[in-house]
Design a protein around this ligand. Structure first.
Ligand SMILES: [Zn+2]
Length: 614
C-alpha cells in the first residue's frame, strides 16, 4: 500500500511534495486523498508499535518532514486546495477539508502516543488552532461547514493528548451546530446533496434514526461518542443509544454491514447517496455497504463499548471484523472491494463501486477512491487495542484470538496473559495468567450473543456461576500466575432468518457458524449454474471441515443444496406450477473469503424449502 500511495499511481505523497515545493505537478486523486494518506500513516504507527522496526519510524519521519513543508505558515494544510487556483480555503464543504483535518489529528496523536515525538503533533496543533480561530465563532457562512466530520474524533484525540480544553469545546461545537441552520443550498454546499445526506436536518440530540451517507453518519456518531466520553452529557448518550439501536436492529445486514443503498431517499425526502434508507429495507444485491461504513460501524460500537461496557457492542465489532470488514480485502491482502453486497450475479449492473457501476466485480489493487483500504489496514493493525479493555478493578476480554498480553491495570499493577485459540473455527479458548498482582481483581469475559451453552473451567474445575450469552462473565478472585481459564464456546452451524419486515430476505436463510457468516459461490456449483437458482433445504445437515490450504485456511460447511432446473423466461412474470429440482452436494465458504477464485456469483441469503413434516 505504501508503494501505491507514495508512487505515481496513488500520488498521495506526490501531492504533499508538490505543495511543499519539492516537486512540480498538479494535485491528483480525490479531495480526501490527504486524509487517506494520514490513515495509512496511522496504520504504519500501529505496526511499528508491535514490531518496533525502526525503518518504519524513519520512513514516517521523512514523510512528516515533507508534510510539515507543505503546511502553510498559519497552519492550513490541504493539498487539494493549496494546489488548485480555482478554489479558496473553506469555500465549499465538498472539498473534504474537515475529513483530511480529522485524520491528520488522529494520525499525529497516535504517532505521539507511541513514539513520544512532537514532529507530527506540531503540524496537527497548528492545523487545529487555525480551525479553532475560524470555526469556534458562530458564523452563518461556516455554520454548516462540517462535512464527513472526522475532525470531531480528531479534536477529542488532540484534547486527550494535549489537555487543552479548547479542542474539546470545538469538537462539541461541531456537534451542537448540526441541525441549527436552515437547510438550503448556499455557496458552501453547491455540488453535493444537503440535509439528511450530511446529517444536518435534525440536531443529534433529537435524532431518532441513522440518516444519510453511512460513512459520514458513523464518523459523526463516533465523534459524538468521544465527546460524550469526556463531557458525560446525558442527552448526548441517549441520542447515541437510540442511533446505535436503530442501526443494529433496523438497518444493518447480517454481516454487520451498513449503508443499504447506493442512492435513495431519507424519511424527510432528502436525496441520499451510499447510505442509510428506511428501517428494514435491506436489499441483498443492490446493497452498498462500503468497507469504510462497515468498519465505522465497528468504530462507533467500540466507543459505545468503552462508555457502557456492554457486550452487545463487542458482538457488533466482532461481526464486522469476521465478515463485512474483512470482505473488503482479498486473501493475499493486496486487492480491495469498495462495496460489499450480500448477493452478486453476473452482468447485473447492481454492484456500484463508488461512482462506477461494474459488472461482476473482482477486488482491485487500486481504487481511485482509496478511502477503504487504509481504513481496513489501520483497523486490523490496531485490533490488539480493541481486544481488551481495562476496567475499574481488572480487565475485560472483548475479542478472542491467540495473543500475549502485557499491560497495566488501572492501579498500575502489571498483568500478563497468554491466550491460545483457533477461534473462530474452534470455540476452545485457553487463557493463562503469567503475571499479576497478589490482591483480587476481576477478569471479564465476553460470552458472544450466539453462544448459548458455553462452559468455563478455572484450573480444570467447572465454574458454577450462570454463563449467559450476550453478557460479560465476571470472574473475580485472587489470581495467581499459571492460573488457567478454559472457555468453551459452542461453535456450531446456525440458520438465521431476518425480521419478517425485511422483505428482501423473506423466506430466505443465512448460514452462520459462530461469528462467521457463510455464502454459496458459483465455483462450488456445476458449471453455468446461476446463483438465483440455488435453494436450501431447511432440514439440511452441515458438516464442518477445516481446510488449512484453502482460501488462506478456513472452515467450510459441506451440505446438499437444491438447484432449480426448470427453464425460466426473461419475462417479468411467469406462471409456475411444480419446479424441478436437482440435489447438489457442495460446500459453503465464509463470506469474507468470497471472490478469491475468479469472477463469481455469490449469495449469503438462500431461499429455503421447509419440509412441514420435520
Ligand atoms: Zn471507503
Amino acid at each position: 500500500m505504501e508503494k501505491l500511495l507514495c508512487g505515481n499511481k496513488g500520488h498521495a505523497l506526490n501531492n504533499f511534495k508538490i505543495a511543499a515545493g519539492l516537486k512540480k505537478g498538479k494535485h491528483k486523486g480525490m479531495f480526501w486523498h490527504d486524509g487517506d494518506f494520514y490513515k495509512w500513516m496511522e496504520a504504519a504507527v500501529y505496526v511499528y508499535a508491535q514490531n518496533k522496526d525502526k525503518k518504519i519510524l524513519k520512513q514516517l519521519d521523512q514523510y512528516i518532514e515533507i508534510i510539515a513543508k507543505a503546511q502553510d505558515k498559519d497552519g492550513y494544510l490541504q493539498t487539494q486546495i493549496q494546489l488548485r487556483e480555482e478554489v479558496d480555503r473553506y469555500e465549499n464543504r465538498k472539498y473534504h477539508e474537515m475529513y483530511n483535518t480529522g485524520h491528520l489529528l488522529i494520525s499525529a496523536c497516535i504517532h505521539h502516543n507511541v513514539t513520544k515525538k512532537s514532529n507530527f503533533p506540531n503540524i496537527a496543533i497548528k492545523q487545529a488552532d487555525l480551525l479553532y480561530t475560524l470555526f469556534y465563532p458562530e458564523t452563518k457562512q461556516l455554520g454548516r461547514f462540517g462535512f464527513n466530520q472526522t475532525q470531531i474524533m480528531g479534536l477529542v484525540e488532540l484534547y486527550r493528548a494535549t489537555d487543552d480544553k479548547k479542542y474539546l469545546e470545538l469538537a462539541a461545537r461541531f456537534i451542537n451546530r448540526r441541525g441549527k441552520y436552515e437547510v438550503d443550498h448556499n455557496s458552501t454546499t453547491i455540488g453535493y446533496p444537503i440535509g439528511d445526506m450530511v446529517q444536518e436536518r435534525v440536531p443529534l440530540r433529537k435524532s431518532k434514526e441513522a440518516a444519510g451517507h453511512a460513512v459520514l453518519a458513523l464518523y459523526y456518531y463516533a465523534g459524538a461518542a468521544d465527546v460524550y466520553a469526556e463531557t458525560g452529557e446525558r442527552a448526548l448518550k441517549q441520542a447515541l443509544d437510540r442511533l446505535w439501536e436503530n442501526i443494529t436492529q433496523k438497518k444493518m445486514y447480517v454481516t454487520g454491514a451498513v449503508g443499504q443503498a447506493h442512492y435513495g431517499a431519507s424519511s424527510n425526502r432528502d436525496k441520499i447517496e451510499e447510505g442509510f434508507i428506511d428501517d428494514f429495507m435491506l436489499p441483498n444485491m443492490t446493497a452498498y455497504n462500503e468497507t469504510c461504513a462497515n468498519l465505522c460501524n465497528a468504530m462507533f460500537s467500540y466507543r459505545m463499548l468503552g462508555i457502557k461496557g456492554e457486550s452487545k457492542y463487542a458482538d457488533i465489532i466482532e461481526l464486522v471484523l469476521f465478515n463485512s470488514g474483512l470482505s473488503g480485502i482479498n486473501i493475499e491482502g493486496n486487492k480491495y472491494f469498495y462495496a460489499n453486497p450480500l448477493r452478486m450475479i453476473h452482468n447485473s449492473r447492481a454492484y456500484n463501486s463508488h461512482e462506477n457501476a461494474t459488472e461482476t466485480p473482482e477486488r482491485e489493487c487500486y481504487l481511485e477512491c482509496f478511502c477503504c483500504p487504509p481504513n481496513l489496514v489501520r483497523t486490523v493493525a490496531k485490533l490488539s487495542s480493541w481486544a481488551y479493555s481495562i476496567t475499574a478493578n481488572g480487565l475485560a476480554i472483548n475479542l478472542f484470538g491467540g495473543n500475549k498480553l502485557k499491560t497495566k491495570l488501572d492501579d498500575g499493577s502489571e498483568l500478563q496473559l497468554i491466550q491460545k485459540t483457533n477461534y473462530p473455527w474452534d470455540g476452545n479458548i485457553s487463557i493463562k495468567v503469567k503475571k499479576c498482582k497478589s490482591s483480587s481483581f476481576e477478569i471479564l469475559i465476553r460470552i458472544p450473543d450466539w453462544a448459548n451453552g458455553s462452559a468455563l473451567k478455572i484450573n480444570g474445575k467447572e465454574v458454577n456461576s450462570k454463563i449467559s450469552a450476550g453478557k460479560y462473565l465476571k470472574l473475580k478472585r485472587r489470581w495467581e500466575s499459571n492460573d488457567t481459564i478454559d472457555l468453551s464456546l459452542p461453535i456450531h452451524t446456525q440458520l438465521v432468518e431476518a425480521h419478517p419486515r425485511v422483505e428482501e430476505a423473506r423466506n430466505q436463510i443465512a448460514v452462520k457458524r459462530g461469528p462467521v457468516v457463510y455464502c454459496v459461490e458459483t465455483p462450488d456449483l456445476p458449471t453455468s449454474t446461476e446463483i438465483l437458482d440455488v435453494y436450501l433445504q431447511g432440514n439440511s445437515n452441515f458438516e464442518s471441515k477445516h481446510q488449512k490450504d484453502f482460501l488462506g485456511g478456513v472452515t467450510t460447511l459441506k451440505t446438499d443444496l437444491l438447484i432449480r432446473e426448470d427453464k425460466k423466461t426473461d419475462k417479468l412474470y411467469n406462471s409456475v406450477s411444480k419446479p424441478k429440482w436437482k440435489t447438489h452436494a457442495t460446500q459453503l465458504v465464509p463470506y469474507f473469503a468470497w471472490s478469491n477464485r475468479g469472477k463469481a456469483e455469490m449469495t449469503v441469503f438462500l431461499p429455503v424449502l421447509w419440509n412441514k413434516e420435520n
